[in-house]
Design a protein around this ligand. Structure first.
Ligand code: GLT
Ligand code: MN
Ligand code: MN
Length: 389
């Protein structure tokens, strides 16, 4: 039994990408500050800090120009490192943003040959992920956007994206991979504008696909916050639609470039509601940290970063349980429930019922006078979060 109650356990399904712990601290103004972390070393490190799983892009593991023999050797070594260290591979993804071939987009590029290459690269990445046991395939279209809308009609981009997704769903099924595709939105960066800017945009696109059952979303805290949105609301809508296939946990200050900060480190209050939602609904998919350590850190600091992501999640999970059990909070929530406990607001529509609703008299003054003690409720939340309750 772990002695530390905030120690990560396999049932928490905490995962990191090779690109997260392997991030070398490069930014647009400065070069790498950490040596390359070989994938096998990353797996060892993740086991050491107590993570459950590792995810990767095709080229995080296999260099884009590796000949087939080298690829197979890399896969064998990685697989045995995962087995030896008890690390799972629940998710794989494809890099459709780094190579200059994708400078005008991948699935949405104007060049049909680029679009075909993007689909081929994804098919190969699917195979790679399947070999290592992945059942979730994330697609982040970082280059699917524009600096100038002169380059193509945006509705054409939507059509191209749909065509690629339909193709890939069929391919995945025909290969028996059993993948669930998780689409990840971001409003901008690296493009000035990305076509699918929010999780809500992807949820709308999914409904228009040939196999909507196979496709869901991978919301990321930083990406929703960059758009000034409420991450928990995006996640809740996806959850309610049965589309929350995966999650990218990190943090982000408003009005900044995509920071990918340690989970909960910028806005612990927003992180609290997000964790509480996951725990309340009993979310059971991987909890992936798509973040990286500060540029100041060496690899010991990267371990501190990774441990910190998981620890903050577990602290907030405990706070969520405390919130749910708090007698004063429960009493306020019971009062709120009370307002909702009588007859349904409108019920099923029928002619008779709608006539009755039209004729009903509402006491607006009485409605406006009902108590909604949200200030007190929020301060109780703050007291819990700040550790004085
Ligand atoms: C990249 C991006 C992330 C995506 C990764 C998956 S790659 O690091 O910033 O948000 O989840 O492609
Ligand atoms: Mn990000
Ligand atoms: Mn992400």
């Amino acid at each position: 039994m772990p002695t530390d109650k905030y120690e990560p356990r396999p049932e928490h399904k905490f995962t990191f990408g090779l690109w997260t712990v392997g991030n070398r601290g490069r930014d647009p103004f400065g070069d790498a500050v950490r040596e390359t972390l070989p994938p096998v070393e990353a797996v060892r490190m993740l086991a050491e800090v107590g993570a459950w799983g590792v995810n990767f892009h095709d080229n995080d593991l296999v260099p884009i120009d590796a000949p087939p023999g080298e690829r197979d050797q890399i896969v064998r070594d990685f697989k045995s490192a995962c087995e030896k260290n008890g690390i799972t591979v629940p998710m794989a993804t494809v890099n459709l943003f780094y190579d200059p071939a994708f400078r005008d987009g991948a699935f949405t590029a104007n060049d049909a040959e680029v679009r075909a290459y993007a689909v081929q690269k994804t098919m190969r990445a699917m195979e790679l992920g399947a070999e290592l046991g992945a059942k979730i395939f994330v697609l982040w279209g970082g280059r699917e956007g524009t600096e100038t809308d002169a380059c193509r009609r945006p509705d054409e981009a939507v059509k191209r994206l749909r065509e690629a997704l339909n193709y890939l769903c069929e391919y995945s099924e025909s290969q028996g991979y059993g993948y669930r595709l998780a689409l990840e939105a971001k409003p901008n960066e690296p493009r000035a504008d990305i076509y699918m800017p929010t999780t809500g945009a992807y949820l709308a696109l999914i409904a228009t696909l040939d196999r909507p059952d196979l496709v869901g979303v991978n919301p990321e805290v930083a990406h929703e916050h960059m758009a000034g949105l409420n991450m928990t609301h995006a996640v809740a809508q996806a959850w309610e639609m049965g589309k929350l296939f995966h999650i990218d946990l990190n943090d982000q200050l408003p009005g900044r470039y995509d920071q990918d900060l340690r989970f909960g480190s910028a806005n612990p209050r927003a992180a609290f509601w997000l964790v509480k939602f996951h725990e309340d609904v009993k979310y059971d998919a991987p909890r992936h940290f798509d973040a990286h350590a500060y540029r100041t850190e060496d690899y010991e600091g990267v371990k501190d970063f990774a441990r910190g992501c998981m620890r903050t999640y577990l602290i907030l999970k405990e706070k969520a349980a405390q919130w749910n059990a708090d007698p004063e909070i429960k009493a306020i929530m019971a009062g709120i429930d009370e307002m909702n406990s009588g007859a349904p607001a409108v019920g099923e529509f029928n002619k008779e019922q709608s006539t009755a609703l039209l004729a009903r008299n509402f006491d607006r003054a009485a409605l406006a006078a009902k108590k909604l003690p949200y200030e007190r409720l929020d301060q109780l939340t703050m007291d819990i979060l700040l550790g004085v309750r």
